[in-house]
Design a protein around this ligand. Structure first.
Ligand code: NAD
Ligand code: MG
Length: 392
C-alpha cells in the first residue's frame, strides 16, 4: 500500500490523481487531502477516500467544513500549517504536489525534508527554487517524479540510457489556441479565447500560461533542474497535435520519444507507480486516425514569454523566481480584465529589467524574491499605461 498526501486535491491534477487512486484501491491509501476553497468537492472526496487529515485555505473555511461533516471525520487544519502537516504526516510515503503557483513551494520542500517521495505537478517549485530543491532531494534521499507530461515523457525516454549519452532534450508544445494568430489578433484576445485550450483540459492559470507560451518557458526551467541539463541542451518544438509529449536525442543521432493521447492520467499514474505501469483508462492512441504530425520552431516575436524564461535561466539564481512571480501577477491581472493578453510578457519583462539577480542560500531567500517580484509587478501595473481602459 502506498500512502498518499495529495496537495491541491480539488484541482485538475488532484482530481485526475484521485481517479487513478479510485481505480487502484489495492495499491493506494489516501492519508491527507488539501484544497483551497472548493468545500463541496473536498467533502465528496472525504466521503470517498476517508483521509485522516485535510487542510483548507482559511480558518473560516475549516470551521465551515467542520460544521457540515458528520462526526468521526478527518482532522481539519488550515493555512500554511495545514499544508505542511498534510505534506509531512508520519505515515505518508508519497506526496502529490498539485497546488498551482509558488504557493506550492513551501509544502513541497517540507515534504522532501520529511523524507517523502514527491510526484511533482507544481512546476513552480522547481522554477523558483530548482537548485535548492534538487539539493534537498539528494540530502534527504527521496525520489522526485515528474507529473508534467513533457517531463514524464523525457523521464520515460531516459530509461535504460546513460545520462552522458544525451545530446539534448526536445520539449514539445502544442502552441496553444493562438498558434496561428497575427500580432494584431493577439492584442484582441479575450479571456474566454485564452481559456479555450485546443488539446488539454487544465486549471485556469496553466491554461493562460499555455496560451502565452510561458508554460513552456517554465517547463524549460523545470527540465533544467529535474534532468540536470544546461539550457543550451533544452530545445522546444511546437507540435500542434500533442501526440509526442517530448523527446530525448542521443549522441548517436537516435531520438527516443513518448507518445500518447493527451490525458494527464498517464503521466500521473507513471509517477505514482514507477517503475510499474498500470491501466489508467486513457484511450489508446490510434495513429491511423491522425492526419499527420507536424513540428515548428517557436515564434519568439509573437510569443516572447519563452525567451524571457531562457533569459531568466541565464541570469542570476533569483531571476526565475521573479519571472514566475511577475507571471502570476500578470496572469491574474489578465483574468481580472485589467491587462491585455499581449501585455502579460511586457509586464514580466519590465519586472525582470528592474531586478538585480542574486544567489539563494535558503528557501526563505526564494520567498523574499517571490514577494519582491509580486510587489514590483503590481507597482508597475498601477503606474504604467497598462490595461484595456487606456488602450483605446
Ligand atoms: P488547478 O487550479 O486546477 O488546481 C490547483 C489546486 O491547488 C486546487 O486544489 C486549489 O484549491 C489549490 N490551491 C490553489 N492555490 C492555493 C493556495 N494558495 N494554497 C493552497 N492551495 C491552493 O491547477 P492544476 O491545473 O491542477 O495545476 C496544478 C499544478 O500542476 C500547477 O503547478 C500546474 O502548472 C501543474 N500542471 C498541471 C497540468 C494540468 O493538466 N492541469 C499539467 C502539467 C502541470
Ligand atoms: Mg506540461
Amino acid at each position: 500500500m502506498k500512502k498518499l498526501g495529495i496537495l491541491g486535491s480539488t484541482g485538475s491534477i488532484g482530481v485526475s490523481t484521485l481517479d487513478i487512486v479510485a481505480a487502484h484501491r489495492d495499491r493506494f491509501e489516501v492519508v491527507a487531502l488539501t484544497a483551497g476553497s472548493n468545500l463541496e468537492l473536498l467533502k465528496r472526496q472525504i466521503e470517498e477516500f476517508s483521509p485522516r487529515l485535510v487542510a483548507v485555505a482559511t480558518e473560516e473555511l475549516a470551521r465551515e467544513l467542520a460544521r457540515t461533516l458528520p462526526p468521526g471525520g478527518p482532522e481539519i487544519l488550515c493555512g500554511i500549517e495545514g499544508l505542511i502537516a498534510a505534506a509531512t504526516a508520519g505515515e505518508i510515503d508519497m506526496v502529490v504536489a498539485a497546488i498551482v503557483g509558488a504557493a506550492g513551494l513551501v509544502p513541497t520542500a517540507a515534504a522532501i525534508k520529511a523524507g517523502k517521495d514527491v510526484a511533482l505537478a507544481n512546476k513552480e517549485t522547481l522554477v523558483t527554487a530548482g537548485r535548492l530543491i534538487m539539493e534537498l532531494v539528494e540530502a534527504h534521499k527521496v525520489k522526485l517524479y515528474p507529473v508534467d507530461s513533457e517531463h514524464s515523457a523525457v523521464f520515460q525516454s531516459l530509461q535504460g540510457h546513460r545520462r552522458e549519452d544525451v545530446r539534448r532534450i526536445i520539449l514539445t508544445a502544442s502552441g496553444g489556441p493562438f498558434f496561428n494568430w497575427s500580432r494584431e489578433e493577439l492584442a484582441q484576445v479575450t479571456i474566454d479565447d485564452a481559456l479555450n485550450h485546443p488539446n488539454w483540459s487544465m486549471g485556469r492559470k496553466i491554461t493562460i500560461d499555455s496560451a502565452t507560451m510561458m508554460n513552456k518557458g517554465l517547463e524549460v526551467i523545470e527540465a533544467r533542474w529535474l534532468f540536470d541539463m544546461p539550457a543550451e541542451k533544452i530545445a522546444v518544438n511546437i507540435h500542434p497535435q500533442s501526440v509526442i509529449h517530448s523527446m530525448v536525442e542521443y549522441v548517436d543521432g537516435c531520438v527516443m520519444a513518448q507518445l500518447g493521447v493527451p490525458d494527464m492520467k498517464a503521466p500521473i499514474a507513471y509517477a505514482l507507480t514507477y517503475p510499474e505501469r498500470v491501466p489508467t483508462g486513457v484511450k489508446p492512441l490510434d495513429l491511423t486516425a491522425l492526419s499527420g504530425l507536424s513540428f515548428f520552431n517557436p515564434d519568439h516575436d509573437r510569443f516572447p514569454a519563452l525567451k524571457l524564461a531562457y533569459r531568466a535561466l541565464a541570469s542570476g539564481e533569483s531571476m526565475p523566481a521573479v519571472l514566475n512571480a511577475a507571471n502570476e501577477v500578470a496572469v491574474d491581472a489578465f483574468l481580472g480584465g485589467r491587462i491585455r493578453f499581449t501585455e502579460i510578457p511586457v509586464l514580466i519583462e519590465r519586472t525582470m529589467d528592474l531586478h538585480q539577480p542574486h544567489p539563494f542560500a535558503t528557501i526563505e531567500d526564494v520567498l523574499f524574491a517571490d514577494r519582491w517580484g509580486r510587489e514590483k509587478a503590481r507597482e508597475i501595473l498601477s503606474n504604467a499605461e497598462f490595461g484595456v481602459r487606456n488602450a483605446e
